[in-house]
Design a protein around this ligand. Structure first.
Ligand code: FMN
Length: 364
């Protein structure tokens, strides 16, 4: 029987189930976001990878596909951060997700407009800081999660953060089914957030050639954290391109990044001055030093090659370790229905266990 689970998260976000689809650059598009929301979950549109001038259209596209509330992700260091913030407020978007970056003033501006502020953090101190700055909900991503990720697994980070903050906490990193949802709720979380599991759905825009490579990866140890791409720890499927980057010397990697940076800057509509400004912004935002700033240009080019162009050999495939236990593509509707059915089964089994134990206790 499908579980009906109301939590502080479903109340704040106005969704039916405590299941969130996280923002994934170039993957969490309007179609995937709306499909999640139509299935009763809560989807985040990846606003950080929307080209300048196109944010309004992307938000309106989600609105045309679903009547349910949804969220938008952004980074303060993206060139069009102000465009995203203004559009979120103008269109009455329900929630935003972000990493480190927005200051208390920006968060207040969003909250005053009724937007739920829901950062993703990968370390205890960042969770505490995010709440101090005004977060309404915190998503905690354990090290097994996809994209940029920390070193502490969900099973340790989640209870640490639950003990330290008073706002609702959402568990991320390694979730894919109803067992995980019930486990997260048992820990005290208000729901789960998943990236990789939603990437591997029929509603995902990722081409089949790359999806097949994700589905074929059955060993979680081959979904590895690497700093070879942009200087920060990020988890990818180990493929030919990742191995090539890891074997490259640092000067060769920096030279390649410089080439990609020029190309990416042109696409993002930035001239040399804009590029220099962006570099300064990234560096001042505690995102690392010069090396990281230069290397950051690797990421958009190589990830787009993997998840947009569908080249699983010469592109990169960001992924959580959970991809190793996913063997089929479902629609968002099928996925969320199954998760809620499995959660219902687990809750019924637990209730039975409690009843048996209570009976034994009263008989003793
Ligand atoms: C392909 C891919 C792209 C991602 N891109 C972003 C991103 O642009 N911004 C972000 O904050 N997180 C990004 N992430 C992280 C996810 O939003 C999410 O926190 C993570 O995938 C959760 O772990 P899971 O994959 O085990 O579910 C990405 C993850 C994946 C798999």
């Amino acid at each position: 029987m499908a579980a009906s689970l109301k939590t502080p998260l479903t109340e704040k976000l106005g969704c039916k189930y405590p299941v969130v689809q996280t923002a994934m650059g170039w993957v969490a598009d309007a179609k995937l976001t709306a499909a999640t929301c139509n299935a009763g979950g809560f989807g985040f549109l990846a606003g950080a990878t929307i080209e300048p001038g196109k944010v309004d259209a992307a938000i309106l596209d989600v609105k045309a596909r679903t009547k349910n509330p949804f969220g938008v992700n952004f980074h303060m260091f993206q060139p069009n951060a102000e465009e995203v913030l203004a559009a979120v407020i103008r269109h009455g978007v329900r929630a935003v997700s972000y990493g480190r970056g927005p200051d208390a003033k920006t968060i207040k501006r969003l909250k005053d407009a009724g937007v739920v502020c829901m950062p993703t953090v990968g370390a205890l101190k960042h969770a505490v800081k995010a709440v101090e700055l005004g977060a309404d909900v915190v998503t905690v991503q354990g090290g097994e999660g996809g994209g940029h990720t920390g070193a502490v697994p969900t099973s340790i980070l989640l209870p640490q953060v639950l003990d330290a903050v008073k706002v609702p906490v959402v568990a991320a990193g390694g979730f894919s089914d109803g067992r995980g949802l019930v486990a997260a709720l048992a820990w005290g979380a208000a729901g789960i957030a998943m990236g990789t599991r939603f990437l591997l759905t029929k509603d995902s825009p990722v081409p089949m050639s790359s999806l097949e490579r994700y589905l074929k990866t059955k060993d979680p140890t081959l979904i590895k954290v690497s700093t070879a791409v942009d200087g920060l720890p990020q988890r990818f499927i180990e493929n030919e391109e990742l191995k090539r980057l890891e074997e490259m010397s640092l000067p060769a990697r920096l030279a390649m990044s410089a080439k990609y940076a020029r190309h990416w800057g042109k696409e993002a509509g930035l001239g040399p001055v804009g590029m220099a400004r962006l570099g300064l912004k990234v560096m001042s935002g505690d995102e690392g030093g010069f090396r990281q700033t230069v290397m950051a240009a690797n990421l958009p080019t190589l990830v787009q090659r993997g998840v947009v162009a569908g080249d699983p050999v010469n592109g990169l495939l960001p992924s959580g370790q959970v991809a190793a236990v996913i063997d089929k593509l479902e629609s968002c509707e099928e996925l969320i229905s199954r998760i809620m059915r499995e959660a219902g089964d687990r809750l019924a089994a637990l209730a039975k266990l409690t009843a048996v134990n209570a009976k034994k206790g009263s008989a003793a």
